[in-house]
Design a protein. Structure first.
Length: 433
């Protein structure tokens, strides 16, 4: 073998060695990878086993917790039920005790309550009658105190009936606004009765005085005043007596009685008089015929009479300007209005109501005398009786002028404008039942 062959064999040997080394390396690497995979697989298996054990432990704990929770909920429900039953028993016991207590109280007070209910029922049944008389009696309180105080003072100062007693009595009645002529007539009748009946006790004169005044008030008076249909009412009077307010109250009264009502705003001179009547008309639900302020009152009445005639209205109430009884021009205007009503509505019943303020006393009587000269007054409405001690003017007006009093005002409310009942007035005036 030559030198070249030696190197050639040597290279083959070296290449074979390198190839063997490479194969060994690959084998070693393969074994290492397989070993790593086996190791990882073992590790994963261990973890899975550990997880399984943990899961089993958690499941056992959860089951124990659920069991404990169920037991707790059951105990809680039983406890709540027991508490509710205890509370129900306590509440029932409390209700029973309260019921027993109320029953005892009812038993004790039953007779008293029955008596109170019967008394209240009796009062309710008598309320309309007592209510009317009570309001009248209360409204005449100042007048009654004035008249009765003076009369009682005079009669209490005498032990026998003589002329001195009658002179003192005359003075007391005149001061109570019964009027001079009316007082003289009453005392003359009392003298005759005392002599005829042989009365010696001065206290008996009080009852006789009540009878005399009642006779004056009831003389020639119908049992109850009622309007004929249709009616035109002319309301007159001086400034400040309450005409417009009285008209509003009258409209309310008639409307409640089922009558159809219309108002005429013929007071065109006083500021806001038309507006005031419009307010009353709206409140009562009745129509108001009106013109502009300062227009002709007769023209307003003309239109109102035509409207009432066409609509077949039961009652037409005409408001007029406050006429001073010493002013000739205004009194002539009143005559003109009366002629318009007679000409335009001849078939209607005519009523002329004079409104007087009771607080003016004898001045009211003078007003009535002068108004009677220019108008055929058919009735008197006396207002503000509740605020004066001069209510005796009612007796003077009826006695001297022979004009019936139709309505009296004993308060500010609508129900306080009452139909005048002579007998009730006399009883209320002398504090009799």
């Amino acid at each position: 073998m030559g030198f070249f062959d030696f190197f050639k064999n040597k290279n083959k040997t070296e290449n074979a060695d390198e190839s063997s080394i490479l194969q060994e390396n690959e084998s070693i690497e393969t074994e290492i990878e397989e070993s790593d995979e086996n190791k990882d697989l073992a590790t994963d298996t261990d973890l899975i086993e550990e997880d399984a054990e943990s899961y089993e432990e958690l499941s056992e704990k959860a089951e124990e917790a659920d069991l404990e929770r169920a037991v707790s909920e059951n105990e809680k429900s039983e406890l709540i039920k027991e508490i509710e039953e205890t509370a129900g028993e306590a509440e029932q016991q409390e209700e029973n005790e309260e019921s027993t207590k109320l029953q005892e109280e009812f038993t004790e007070d039953n007779s008293d309550r029955c008596e109170a209910a019967e008394t209240q029922a009796e009062q309710t049944a008598e309320e309309p009658k007592k209510g009317f008389f009570a309001r009248l009696k209360e409204g005449l309180g100042k007048t009654r105190k004035n008249i009765l105080g003076s009369v009682d003072s005079v009669l209490g100062a005498f032990t026998k009936i003589d002329e001195d007693l009658f002179e003192e009595l005359e003075e007391a009645l005149i001061m109570a606004d019964l009027g001079v002529q009316t007082t003289m007539d009453i005392c003359d009748n009392l003298r005759k009765r005392v002599k005829k009946e042989n009365v010696t006790d001065p206290s008996k004169i009080k009852d006789m005085l009540c009878e005399e005044i009642s006779a004056i008030l009831t003389e020639d008076c119908e049992e109850e005043f009622e309007f004929k249909k249709p009616t035109v009412m002319l309301v007159i009077g001086v400034n400040g007596v309450g005409k417009t307010t009285t008209i509003g109250k009258l409209a309310s009264v008639y409307k409640k009685e089922g009558k159809s009502v219309m108002l005429a705003a013929a007071d065109t001179f006083r500021a806001a008089a038309i507006d005031q009547l419009m307010v009353w008309g709206k409140r009562c639900g009745v129509d108001v015929i009106r013109h502009e302020e300062n227009s002709d009152p007769a023209a307003v009445v003309f239109d109102a009479a035509s409207a009432a005639k066409n609509r077949k209205t039961d009652i037409l109430i005409c408001d007029t300007a406050g006429r001073l009884h010493n002013k000739k021009n205004l009194m002539e205007e009143l005559k003109k209005i009366s002629k318009v009503i007679e000409r335009e509505y001849p078939e209607a019943n005519k009523e002329v109501f004079l409104v007087l303020d009771a607080t003016t006393g004898q001045n009211a009587l003078q007003q009535a005398k002068l108004f009677k000269e220019v108008s055929d007054i058919t009735g008197i409405i006396l207002t503000k009786l509740d605020g004066t001690a001069k209510g005796g003017i009612v007796v003077a007006i009826k006695s001297e002028l022979k004009i019936p009093v139709r309505y009296i005002g004993v308060g500010e409310g609508i129900e306080d404008l009452q139909k005048f009942n002579p007998e009730s007035f006399a009883k209320a005036l002398f504090d009799a039942e």
